[in-house]
Design a protein around this ligand. Sequence first.
Ligand code: GDP
Length: 408
Amino acid sequence: MEFVILAVAIAVIALAAISGLVVSSRKKKQLPPTPPSSPSVTAPPAEPHVGEEAEPTTREQPRRTIEEVDLPVAEAPAAPAEPEAPEAPAIEVPEPTAGRLVRLRARLARSQNSLGKGLLTLLSREHLDEDTWEEIEDTLLTADVGVAPTQELVERLRERVKVLGTRSPEELRGLLREELLNLIGTDADRSVHTESGVGVNGEEKPGVVMVVGVNGTGKTTTTGKLARVLVADGKSVVLGAADTFRAAAADQLQTWGERVGARTVRGPEGGDPASIAFDAVKEGIAESADVVLIDTAGRLHTKTGLMDELGKVKRVVEKHGTVDEVLLVLDATTGQNGLVQARVFAEVVDITGIVLTKLDGTAKGGIVVAVQRDLGVPVKLVGLGEGADDLAPFEPEAFVDALIGNGG
Ligand code: GDP
């Protein structure tokens, strides 16, 4: 009798294992096709690397009861949730980057209403008394322009309005445009440096871009959107999923990559970000890719931990050659808090450019001025929505025009 029960139990376990295998092999077949023309040396999703410790759940398996293993199909859906991963991505052609900011200006204009239009309304008042100047100052401060730039701007406006005498709306608009442009600066190099160079062994090395920032700012989304920008500009891209801290980040990035045919190099969750970043550049060199984009983790709970990790990622990548660009992603809606974060990152790695995300959802576009002043680094890209092509090169003129409602 005991023997029969044992035999049944073994049969059930064997069945469960077989159907489990079927489920997992079916799942693998559903994975989107590998992008063409690349060696398949990158790690497939969520499979542990050699030398990695087994997951705790694997170790606990021998202790499972028959009732538990009797439900393999019900367990199968417990695969990692992929909230932002659409199914079966086909390779897309991203929209050209030229003129994106102009296309997206309506979103900017909508969200910036209280700044540009508010200033124009105030400046158009018949009597520009002290109260009005104070209101102008408040408007700028509320839009996160920052104290010093606000005072400078108000001083310049006061002088120029005095000289102007009569103030037609067009004159005021022109004057404000000029002064805002002065504040933002039109001379900075705002291009994202992605030119390939020479690696440490004399081989051709892709341009290497690290994307850093606090989790939640839109870092992974921005890395994905930037891949599209580069592909739209005719470049081939390899992605490095070095944000191993946030569970879904690597899946999210891989999905972005697959949509435009860019390979993603990834490792196990909680794995070593520096080694993934290293492998990504290695893969980029092997594939003769034009650019390698590395998404990093941005937890701020201990500054030292962050410093160690980001610093290490950069140093390890530099074993292949230079890192050409370190982009800091900042959420424009976080205001002063965002600035504090930005300073911490600037201490850790040399930031070479800023990406301001979620400018579509805030009236606080003045952060462009404040953050540039604070870090001495130009804003290079702006995020204006959740759409795949809602990342635009930052152009001061188009930005200011949207702010004050010029040209449409
Ligand atoms: P990460 O943790 O920094 O990698 O953040 P994610 O890339 O996952 O983005 C967090 C959320 O911000 C997501 O829901 C994104 O769709 C959203 N997001 C990113 N950029 C923008 C943007 O420019 N505008 C808007 N409205 N949402 C954005």
